[in-house]
Design a protein around this ligand. Structure first.
Ligand code: SAM
Length: 204
């Protein structure tokens, strides 16, 4: 792990590692190149389940390849299928994370979302405030008590600033009786990515 103080993504990973146990259910809202999905798959282990969403087929393929190269495989879910079942393994959903409430089969203990565009892909295809907020809302509803949702936000690309404001507002309005919310931010670099983590204290 990089020793950099500003390792925003891995701070998020560390905070999820504290709550994920073997056999847990975890969700990746934005599979991308599969780094976060792989981390979650390792944390939940062979008895656990990861559901990972991405709207781009090349991201799903990239995630599948990363898992395969690490000796893990994944099922690919098609939008015509019904609710996913709760069964060990990784489910890759080529579709929007707005499907969260419809298909995630149980209460996840960890949810990760690395917003923005696919590194190495089309920089015009970015996460959008409306769909992101819908997924965050569904995530907060579904999260198990004691579970955490970690979102890395990128204000630096075109459109990213609007999403960053919307996501920040969403987290700041979470009921303090039900959620603890942490912000990890590079204070002297306003365009730098930042991390928001919500931990569920009790049912909403
Ligand atoms: N977590 C990834 C990793 O570990 O490599 C990086 C994710 S990348 C920064 C953002 C991803 O969000 C892109 O692959 C993009 O296709 C995806 N995305 C954009 N809108 C989406 C949506 N509505 N639902 C799911 N994924 C979306």
């Amino acid at each position: 792990m990089s020793p950099s103080l500003t390792r925003i993504i891995s701070w998020g990973h560390e905070l999820l590692e504290e709550v994920v146990k073997p056999g847990s259910l975890a969700v990746d809202l934005t599979a991308g190149n599969g780094h976060d999905t792989l981390l979650l798959a390792r944390l939940v282990g062979p008895e656990g389940q990861v559901v990972a969403f991405d709207i781009q087929e090349n991201a799903i393929a990239s995630t599948q390849n990363r898992l395969l190269s690490e000796g893990l495989s994944a099922r690919e879910w098609a939008t015509s299928d019904a609710l996913l079942s709760r069964s060990p393994g990784v489910d890759l959903v080529c579709g929007s994370h707005t499907l969260f409430a419809d298909i995630v089969p149980d209460q996840p203990v960890a949810i990760i979302g690395n917003l923005g565009f696919l590194p190495g892909g089309d920089k015009e295809i970015i996460t959008q405030p409306d769909s992101t907020l819908k997924a965050l809302d569904a995530g907060c509803d579904a999260l198990a008590v004691g579970g955490r949702m970690a979102i890395v936000v990128y204000p630096g690309h075109p459109g990213g600033d609007v999403e960053a404001d919307a996501v920040s507002l969403f987290f700041s309005k979470l009921d303090q009786d039900c959620f603890q919310v942490l912000l990890v931010k590079v204070q002297n670099r306003p365009q730098a990515p930042f991390l928001l983590v919500a931990e569920k204290k009790k049912g909403v």
